[in-house]
Design a protein around this ligand. Structure first.
Ligand code: NAI
Ligand code: 15L
Length: 292
């Protein structure tokens, strides 16, 4: 248990070394969008194991100018088609994390997420990029109940405009594979933060080390077509079945079990509270947003 706790919070260096050993074929240049966000900051140093050069991008105000030796820092708005085209030029693969990451009014989602993912794939097609890893979300299927177990082939049931935008991103991924042969792994991330905060995230937690390993599998597994995988650690209970992503070879090493006693000491929400009923939790009850 102690060993698990250390891996959950510890530095990435040991994992990076292990990852690199398994990966003789490093990429030349990898693009990371959303690099100034929570997961972008975690992945920035870790992606050095996967590519000689990591081009890191986000909105200028969030990004700053500091670049590690393996990095190129390029400010770019996902909603700007020409800027996105220039951003992608020269890259071998894209990890697309950028965008609005919670439920928000449609107009905000439209710019960052819907136009943004369109621009990613348009630029990928024009510049011959053949692999994208798309940060999708569990909110693509947020209206399933927590007593249901689902897999990637079950009907999508987005729980808001945010979930709808991720569902659109997955459709863009499938379309761009069918039409142009651009391969994507869409990771329906559960809850990727240092630790779970409630019962819901006990089931959906994805540790940062497991996220990094899932990124490695998503970038380097051949012939993924468009693969959808739920991004979760080896948690004691889960709502998701990853049988259709077995070819990625992803094996989670962490488990939310080490947090379970503390979380289960929290008071239980009422039986009809969305955080207790639906996989998407409070997202299923956020909004509507009326025009101002
Ligand atoms: P975050 O909100 O911390 O980071 C998102 C980044 O995207 C921010 O740095 C933001 O400045 C950038 N961004 C927003 N609009 C932009 C625009 N128009 N142009 C350029 N950049 C823009 O989110 P986080 O937690 O790091 O998540 C990363 C990705 O993973 C997101 O796409 C999110 O939807 C997805 N995800 C994350 C989960 C998690 O548990 N952290 C769970 C499910 C999905
Ligand atoms: C997400 O998609 C969000 O990006 C993240 O911030 C969490 O809210 C997570 O889902 C969740 O399901 O709680």
């Amino acid at each position: 248990m102690a060993d698990q706790a250390i891996r959950v919070t510890g530095a990435a260096s040991a994992l990076e070394t292990a990852v690199q050993d398994k990966n003789p074929h490093k990429l030349g240049r990898l693009l990371l969008t959303g690099a100034a966000g929570g997961l972008g900051k975690v992945l920035r140093p870790r992606l050095a194991a996967f590519a000689d050069v990591v081009r890191v991008s986000d909105l200028g105000a969030a990004l700053g100018n500091d670049a590690a030796p393996h990095e190129e820092v390029v400010a770019c708005n996902l909603a700007d088609r020409a800027a996105m085209d220039a951003l992608v030029a020269g890259c071998d693969a894209i990890v697309h994390l950028g965008g609005v990451s919670v439920e928000r009014p449609f107009e905000e989602i439209l710019e960052a997420n819907i136009k943004g993912v369109f621009h990613v794939y348009e630029a990928a097609r024009r510049h011959g990029v053949k692999r994208v890893v798309f940060a999708s979300s569990n909110h693509v299927t947020g209206f399933y109940r927590q007593d249901e177990r689902i897999n990637a082939r079950d009907l999508r049931r987005p729980d808001g405009y945010y979930g709808l935008s991720k569902s659109y991103g997955e459709d863009m991924a499938q379309f761009n594979f069918d039409r142009y042969g651009i391969e994507t792994v869409s990771i329906r991330i559960g809850w990727s933060f240092p630790e779970p905060k409630d019962r819901r995230s006990l089931a959906s937690w994805l540790s940062y080390d497991d996220l990094t390993e899932l990124m490695r599998c998503s970038l380097f597994t051949p012939d993924v077509g468009h693969t959808v995988v739920y991004g979760m650690s080896d948690n004691p209970s889960t709502w998701w079945d990853n049988r259709y992503a077995a070819h990625l070879g992803f094996k989670a090493r962490d488990s939310s079990d080490i947090f379970r006693a503390n979380i289960e000491a929290q008071p239980l929400p009422p039986a009809d509270d969305p955080v207790r009923v639906y996989q998407g939790g409070i997202f299923t009850a956020t909004g509507p947003f009326e025009p101002k």
